[in-house]
Ligand binder design. Sequence first.
Ligand code: FES
Ligand SMILES: [Fe+2]
Length: 397
Amino acid sequence: MREEQGSAAVEGATDRAPAPGQLEAALSLSDAATARWPQETHHLDPEIYLDAGRHVREEQALFRNLPIAVAPSAMLPESGSFLPLDDHGLPFILSRDSEGRVHAFVNACRHRGSRLAGESEVQCKARIRCPYHFWSYDLSGQLVTVPREEVFSDLDKSSLSLVRLPVAESGGIIWVKFAPGSREELSVNPQLIGELSALGVGQMHLYARRRHEVDANWKLVMDTFLEGYHVIRLHSTTVGQLFADSRSCVHTMGLYLRQTSPRPRDFKRSMVESARDSLSELRRAVVFVYTLFPNAVLIVSPDYVNLLKLMPQGPRRTIVENIMLTEREPSTERETKRWEKSHHLTDELSFPEDFWSAQACQQGLETGVIDKVIIGGMEQPMKVFHDHVERCLAQST
Ligand code: FES
Ligand SMILES: [Fe+2]
């Protein structure tokens, strides 16, 4: 069973100590045999998943106004390369210059507006060249070459750099704010960054990327990663067999959430006690799920992580990219097989079940007969997340 979870110890993997918050959260869990869930009920208005006007407000208050996790550092590892990304509402390009600094630009040429680069794949080139008339830009966005420059009068190349987006690379994640032209310095909650750094997200290897299209509101997709109630039920024939119906806990770091759940069915708090100095050991005892508010989920398995990016395409449609990062590039057949199996179990089996449930809820809510969505004690993190959404909407009006 452990092997199926990818939980065998990784030979030669660098171990680290857990961050204080990770250890504290794991220590707050009770033994599986005695764990009790809180008894509580909250309600959500179904319109939050259906209303088109509300969706526009969410795009503005959340997706254009907060740092958005757009890629792990492992997706753009090389200096002197760039990566166009399309599904975030505004097509943009991430680049890493020769000094390793990351930049983000809107994917539009300053000549006549052509899209500069397609394909969401890394290109190892020192110039971003427009395919139309070959204006070319360096990786910091400066316009460097204009063919037959003499045919333009008063062309000031220095004022025609690509339009920037604020960007930061921290905790092994590249964050972008979709505020074109803004000079804002982005910063992300230091506790969250400390925990991502403890996990070594920045040193991980890009194992796989896969895009899923889900016909559901983005929050319905997020909801399924915000509660453990469904795990042994919806996933009864896949990952549900690996977990107990046991108590998890949720903590906030600003708008970000960390859920901590026991991993083995016979979980005992003593397993955490003996993992105080070893994050590898702690990751075999508990699962951490981070909500990188508003748009991403980071699920921490023993020797790999999944970063799921949710990219709303309208009130009823979401593109999800599942990015699997492993501790390192697989170097043995055994490792390759284990990670292949983990990828199959998550990307092809359990995540599609989650996406299916989001679509099923969208369809059910659209009947109009459900007057309230009910949240119980096993779905507490949903309540926390939705409160954060409401708070951001209220602050932006
Ligand atoms: S539109 Fe890009 S070079 Fe003309
Ligand atoms: Fe699930």
